[in-house]
Design a protein around this ligand. Sequence first.
Ligand SMILES: Nc1ncnc2c1ncn2[C@@H]1O[C@H](COP(=O)(O)OP(=O)(O)O)[C@@H](O)[C@H]1O
Ligand SMILES: [Mg+2]
Length: 365
Amino acid sequence: MFVTKIQISSFRNIAGAEIAFDRRFNVLHGANGQGKTSVLEAIYLLGTMKSFRMARTHDLITWNTPYSVVRGWAEKDRVGREIALYLGREGRKARVDQKPVTRLADFFGNVNAVVFSPEEIAMARSGPDLRRRYLDRAIFSGDLGYLLLYHEYHRLLKQRNALLKRGDRAGLEVWTEQLAEAGSRLMTKRMAYLAAVEPLVRHFYREIAGEGEEAGLAYHPLSLRPEEVVRDGMEALLRLFAGHAEEELRRGTTVVGPQRDDVDFVLNGRVIRNHGSQGQQRSFVLALKMAEIEYLERIHGAPPVLLLDDISSELDRQRNANLMAFLRGKTMQVFITTTDITTLRLEGIATHASFHVSRGTVTPS
Ligand SMILES: Nc1ncnc2c1ncn2[C@@H]1O[C@H](COP(=O)(O)OP(=O)(O)O)[C@@H](O)[C@H]1O
Ligand SMILES: [Mg+2]
């Protein structure tokens, strides 16, 4: 999968840019605040319609302009596609090959992207929200059904919360059952994903950090044991909701369920959020990303594109070399941003394109 070209207009600080990319390595360099990450953000939008910076649509539109357009040309299995995204104050619209997108399935999967950035590293030491978000996004990229299920769960959750807020006990039961049913399917998919990538994370962690430490991913549903989910997730959730019934009515909202799940990043049986060094946390997230790439490659038959945002500051020489060795072994398209092109160590990487980004203008360099 490759993004061969992108056209950006009125997006963040980029008034207009047209960039033809290399099929292997693309380096975007320039000082801080010039628009490098915005280019990566635009590429990511082509795959997900969302920002990886947790921005809302109106944050993306250039200030004092009515809308943004991001248009990309992607190639997958030698088939080219043109993806156009319109971001307006009233919402987003997408076209693929000039045809309006009416079903998510027509949009997703044209560009799969994995991001590795300092913000991603933060998830190793943050609260559960960032890890859950990572998990959900990682699963969507390989399974559109998960995205639909996720939306369904959150729609039911909203309905149930409205009832709780009104104190409507009579109507509650039906919604609780439906929520538990969708929730158990969601939890099952999360567990299956984690089971599939855990051996990959373990393998890559060993490659990055050397022998001696065993990396693991432990699914951590709130107030439930994973075994209960395996046995009968719906029953387990129904018991959990029943146990919190009075609290939920008092607070007017759902307080338990998979919207509160966490996943523990574990080294030698210890959760690294509390015990890991910064170096271990960085290596862990890097291993997690490599595992995600490997997994997506197996599912789709081709690797995703990789967006490396400002990582030279995060990775020491050894980790950087390990990452480069991994990238050399794949025919994967990579986009790298850096403030200092001289510190970028692209050892053994022959073909690449580089671009200078300054005040929202992108020029080949
Ligand atoms: N909606 C927007 N309209 C105009 N400028 C924006 C908008 N959002 C962010 N910016 C500006 O865009 C600039 C580029 O940001 P960014 O892509 O993060 O730069 P870099 O990655 O090169 O450090 C920043 O200076 C920021 O203030
Ligand atoms: Mg940046």
